[in-house]
Design a binder for this molecule. Structure first.
Ligand SMILES: [Fe+2]
Length: 202
């Protein structure tokens, strides 16, 4: 056997640069090629993780700025002219978050800086009464840096920052969430109402 002349080692945590334009180019290719939403989610998931771990390529200090009234800050990083393929950095103030909501499209979210708690729900009513909704909690999980939650259209969840610092996550949607006629829910009052968010600079 020939002796090995040298060995090479690779740092385990190295991340290659991955800009938002790089991500968007990959997203466009996947959406053009994928047969269905399930394939989109499975192929976007690793891209979201890669972009989250390569935050040095795109994350800026202003992405940590959150809206005090809303409890979180929404920075649009990309959308297509028809509002499809929207990418956001969303910052979360400590002890703030969202009510349960859906997205009206598929969603892939990756932790970028800090731990964010997600609770998941399903509808317990028959959807026959407009504005009325009963929710049943079906699970919960906290997502740390690089961890990804991929949600088909129709998923209902809430997000909460239980930490003492502002957290940031990367959100990729099939369509800009203010253009999907999506809903927020009050589980106690059993209401469903439209859910629009304030986007920085809009
Ligand atoms: Fe959400």
């Amino acid at each position: 056997m020939r002796p090995r002349r040298y060995s090479r080692s690779f740092p385990q945590l190295s991340t290659s640069p991955y800009s938002i334009p790089d991500l968007v180019a990959d997203l466009k290719r996947i959406c053009a090629e994928a047969a269905d939403e399930k394939e989109v989610l499975s192929r976007v998931r690793p891209l979201a993780e890669r972009a989250a771990r390569a935050k040095e390529s795109w994350l800026k200090p202003h992405h940590f700025v959150a809206d005090a009234e809303q409890g979180f800050g929404v920075s649009l990083l990309h959308e297509e002219p028809d509002h499809s393929l929207a990418v956001f950095a969303i910052s979360w103030l400590p002890d703030r978050g969202t009510p349960p909501h859906d997205h009206g499209t598929w969603a892939v979210v990756a932790g970028v800086d800090g731990l964010e708690k997600n609770e998941f729900y399903e509808r317990a009513d028959d959807r026959s009464r407009k504005g009325y909704a009963e929710l049943k909690r079906i699970g919960g999980r906290s997502f740390d840096v690089g961890e990804v939650v991929a949600m088909p259209a129709g998923t209902i969840h809430s997000v909460w920052n239980e930490t003492s610092k502002v957290t940031v996550s990367l959100h990729i949607y099939g369509r800009h969430i203010n253009h999907t006629a999506r809903s927020q829910f009050d589980a106690d009052k059993r209401t469903e109402t439209p859910y629009l968010v304030k986007v920085a600079g809009e």
